[in-house]
Design a protein around this ligand. Structure first.
Ligand SMILES: C[S@@+](CC[C@H](N)C(=O)[O-])C[C@H]1O[C@@H](n2cnc3c(N)ncnc32)[C@H](O)[C@@H]1O
Length: 261
């Protein structure tokens, strides 16, 4: 037997979908079970050592349930998080009681004290949704950094999105079998792309499915550099957290390292 639901968890949540959202924020860490958060955090710490001001104040934008923050704190950073969704922040606070979490939109955020490092992982910068909001996010990050501070994030180039490519993995938990799938969709023109997500949960031969399209901003790396360069000196790296290699100008995924001007 199959039941279909629509998924609304990262975007703005209405009170009518809170129950569903709460359910799904509980599944978030399962969905990300195959992500090596430690290696991602280590790589960005190395980039900060190479490019940054050696300070330890760190803010993670769109921090979700706080997995990166945990690793940064464990290696000596004073890390805080910011996200648009309170259920994700509630889980982040359980994981990182030492950190402070702020319910804000990354496209228009303010901080009490400036930071040395601001990160945004898992392509979440694309949640800014439009070029205008992305520009506002870049301005907010610039204003929130100390002199010589670094803004690091990963991103996808819209011209190189393959609509037929998906990441899929499965996990067993508490007697249920979960299959998670995600992939980009870009129509080929304009500044909108979608992240297509689906979850299948099978318990006692009954399968529930959730499907969703998250609207995101689509941009080329050249356009993105153009938005960043008035505020930052930009260096682009290959999207490989195990090696630090400069972007080869062909790959469609990259890590942007932006040093405050
Ligand atoms: C794919 S999750 C990434 C979470 C975490 N960074 C990670 O790597 O696991 C995306 C996160 O972005 C948050 N988000 C979406 N739009 C946002 C916005 N405009 N401002 C702040 N957070 C936002 C969602 O609530 C969600 O927690």
């Amino acid at each position: 037997m199959r039941h279909l639901f629509s998924l609304r968890w990262f975007g703005l949540i209405t009170s009518s979908s809170n129950a569903l959202y709460t359910d799904l924020s509980g599944y978030y860490d399962l969905m990300c079970a195959d992500i090596n958060y430690e290696s991602q955090s280590h790589c960005i710490r190395r980039l900060h050592q190479l490019f940054g001001n050696q300070g330890k104040r760190h803010l993670d934008l769109a921090c979700g349930t706080g997995p990166h923050i945990r690793h940064f704190i464990d290696t000596g950073f004073m890390s805080n998080g910011l996200d648009l969704n309170q259920p994700m922040l509630d889980q982040a606070k359980l994981r990182c009681p030492e950190a402070e979490f702020s319910l804000q939109n990354m496209c228009n955020f303010v901080v009490d004290q400036p930071y040395d490092l601001i990160t945004c992982f898992l392509y979440s910068i694309h949640y800014s949704g439009s070029i205008e909001n992305l520009t506002a996010c870049i301005r907010s990050a610039h204003a929130a950094l100390k002199e010589g501070g670094v803004f690091c994030f990963n991103t996808v180039e819209k011209g190189l999105i393959n609509n037929n490519s998906f990441v899929r993995h499965s996990v067993e938990q508490d007697g249920s079998h979960f299959v998670f799938q995600s992939g980009w969709f870009y129509e080929g023109e304009g500044d909108k792309q979608a992240l297509k997500l689906s979850i299948e949960k099978t318990t006692n031969k009954v399968t529930e499915e959730w499907h969703d399209n998250h609207p995101m901003v689509a941009i080329t790396f050249d356009e993105l550099k153009g938005l960043l360069e008035p505020y930052f000196e930009v260096t682009v790296f290959e999207h490989d957290y195990e090696k630090l290699e400069l972007w080869n100008t062909q790959s469609g995924n990259a890590i942007f390292v932006c040093v405050k001007r």
